[in-house]
Design a protein around this ligand. Sequence first.
Ligand code: 6PG
Length: 223
Amino acid sequence: MELIEYPDAEMMMMDLADRLASELRTSLSQNPFASLAVPGGTTPGPIFDSLCDTHLDWSRVRVMLTDERWVPEDHPRSNTRLLRQRLLTGRAADAVYVPLYADAPEPEAALDRLGATVTENLPLSVLLLGMGADMHTASIFPGADRLDEALTTEAPLVAMRAPGAPEPRITLSAAVLNGAMSRHLVITGSEKREALERARSLPPHEAPVAAILRGTTVHWAES
Ligand code: 6PG
């Protein structure tokens, strides 16, 4: 794991957007298409605001979430909604969106269908992850009902419920996350920084983020 500390979050978000764009360009120069997976939640919005206006051949970029909350796309907590509003807009409106949500009451009903499309777009070229102070990443939560499965399966997607998550979740599996050609984790604040340090010496079933730290670049700013 490499850790990059930034003087402030604004600078970090801009730098990170540039870096993701440059990695996508490199991937597109060598492949017919590139795939990008990004988190939802409250942290990555400013990265999306900058990335969506970047010059690159977005029509050859497949964009997916690392995980989704099982709520309709117009729900305030929908990560898809965030993506449509802040990433799949501007120049990036030409990107192909690979959904992690379908209109079904439970994620299990759509898992195979969504997983088949995800698989067509693997391995991920570029991966950006977030992390919670409880050391979850994507929606691989400590204490989740299918935590072991998410950490060990070769399947692309796992549906799960966790004490720390207010709604059912669907998440890329650890195997898919670790298969990405390039991996970044973005965190802000001292609480998450301390959680990251703790995670480095804990097993993944206690600190799921530990499962993806090897070879990952962590980007941190206080605020
Ligand atoms: C989600 C995410 C999740 C997120 C972390 C951090 O749907 O919640 O994709 O993995 O990255 O929970 O969330 P914040 O950025 O809001 O702290």
